[in-house]
Design a binder for this molecule. Structure first.
Ligand code: ARG
Length: 461
């Protein structure tokens, strides 16, 4: 341990398993560029309070440019057992390039505690930007498809039982509403992630009057994490990201479940593209919706990472404790899982083929029983009564062994005399969906309005 950056007070070596247990370089190296960028901003701020001369700053900047290039070209050589994490690795290499005398001044007043929090926030900010782009693309596909296929009518379900006819676009826009809310939440999370903890030091703050605002501005942060204890203790931005991602994955999982059902042989409402399906190694006829099953399965994994970190954090005393290093791997995996999942979902939706004839065939006349009750409501009969009358018609149809719309006008009248000849027009799925024209309903105009709402959400309105 004597060779370590913090090795001054240590005499013995680390247990080899402890070395490996403690090191984070093999995953936190993804922060190499953020770590360098933060260090340069920190060094620049330290020229204003005379910790570094201009010349020393230029040397640090020059050295880091080379370190960055080595990472980018895959030439950075991690020294096993020495480079504990990305922060120590970058500083070690800087010292080799520009000499230890100048490199040794870089860390003045700084701690890896504020450093790692800064690296993670910088990295996550960019990742959230990417995720936002993926989500916007997905919503665009939903809106475009909803516009194009607005004529398709299919059964809508409650309890997975056929309930009432709806437009296929209406189904897509249900998820459009969920994902638009996810987009809105993402934008809010992003604003809280993008705050600067650098200059908090190990916990108590910076003793050299460093200009934290200048650092934040150089790094493109939108303000500071003010309280220095909070700056190093806080992993709420990681938890919140994973809570956001978990909710999104919950939506994707439900969406996937619907599509798995709709693509099954029994439903046959749609066919997944080959690009998102796989075959069976045994049964030649099989085409399985693996993409959708993975979406559903990965949601569980994403939730686990979120709840795992919350459990790690909940009992930690203030401020920094090494437990917090356990926030990194779940975050990396979570962000990758969510990003991949949104892109897969976008691919699935833009390539699946709908089978509108099968959607229509799945509609059954009893799904119009509510419309029949509504018919009598329009003649002034109270709904509680019409509900009962319509139920009797359903029972009669069952008894007669024929669909409700094949009952004669006389049979309908035998149930209730207030049925008039025009009642037969009720048995029309198109009419049924078009009746539901109030805001948010399944009529053409109401669905079109919902498409516009998704488009507005994309623009942040
Ligand atoms: N690799 C560490 C992390 O991710 C950096 C902070 C280490 N700080 C310390 N005082 N041991 O949390």
């Amino acid at each position: 341990a004597a060779g370590k950056l913090w090795g001054g007070r240590f005499t013995g070596g680390l247990d080899p398993i402890m070395v490996q247990y403690n090191e984070s370089i093999y995953f936190d190296r993804v922060f190499y560029s953020q770590d360098i960028r933060g260090s340069i901003a920190y060094a620049r701020a330290n020229t204003k309070n005379n910790i570094l001369t201009q010349h020393e700053f230029s040397e640090i900047e020059r050295g880091f440019k080379q370190v960055l290039q080595e990472w980018q070209e895959g030439k950075f050589e991690i020294q096993p057992g020495v480079d504990e994490d990305i922060h120590t690795a970058n500083e070690r290499r800087l010292g080799e390039i520009i000499g230890k005398d100048v490199a040794g001044k870089l860390h003045t007043g700084r701690s890896r505690n504020d450093q790692v929090a800064t690296d993670m926030r910088l990295w996550l900010r960019d990742q959230l930007e990417l995720l936002e782009g993926y989500l916007v693309d997905f919503l665009k596909v939903i809106a475009a498809r909803a516009e194009k296929e607005i004529e398709h009518v299919m059964p809508g379900y409650t309890h997975l039982q056929r309930a009432q006819p709806i437009r296929w676009s209406h189904w897509m826009l249900m998820y459009g509403a969920f994902f638009a809310a996810d987009l809105q939440r993402l934008r809010e999370v992003k604003a809280r992630v993008n705050k600067c903890p650098l200059g908090c030091g190990a916990l108590a703050g910076n003793p050299f009057n460093i200009d934290r605002d200048a650092i934040a501005e150089e790094l493109g942060f939108d303000g500071l994490i003010m309280n220095s204890l909070a700056g190093v203790a806080d992993r709420d931005f990681v938890v919140e990201t994973m809570q956001w991602g978990s909710m999104l994955m919950m939506h994707l999982s439900r969406w996937a479940e619907d599509l798995i059902i709709y693509s099954s042989g029994e439903f046959s409402f749609l066919k997944l593209a080959d690009a998102y399906s796989t075959g069976s190694s045994l049964m030649p006829q099989k085409k399985n919706p693996d993409s959708l099953e993975l979406l559903r399965g990965k949601a569980g994994r994403a939730f686990g990472q979120m709840s795992g970190l919350m459990m790690s954090v909940k009992g930690i005393p203030s401020t920094y404790n090494k437990d917090l290093q356990e926030s990194v791997e779940p975050l990396l995996d979570h962000v990758k899982t969510v990003g991949d999942s949104i892109q897969i979902a976008t691919g699935v939706l833009s390539t699946l083929a709908t089978q509108p004839d099968n959607m229509l065939k799945a509609l059954t006349p009893d799904m119009l029983a509510t419309d029949l009750a509504d018919y009598l409501v329009r003649k002034g009969v109270p709904f509680r009564e019409t509900h009962h009358i319509s139920g009797q018609v359903v029972a009669l149809a069952e008894k007669e062994g024929r669909p409700m719309d094949k009952l004669s006008f006389e049979q309908l009248q035998s149930v209730d005399e207030r049925f008039e000849k025009d009642v037969l027009e009720t048995f029309d799925y198109q009419k049924s969906v078009e009746m539901r024209s109030a805001k948010g309903g399944t009529s053409r105009s109401a669905v079109s309005e919902q498409i516009e709402a998704v488009k507005k959400a994309l623009a942040g309105e």
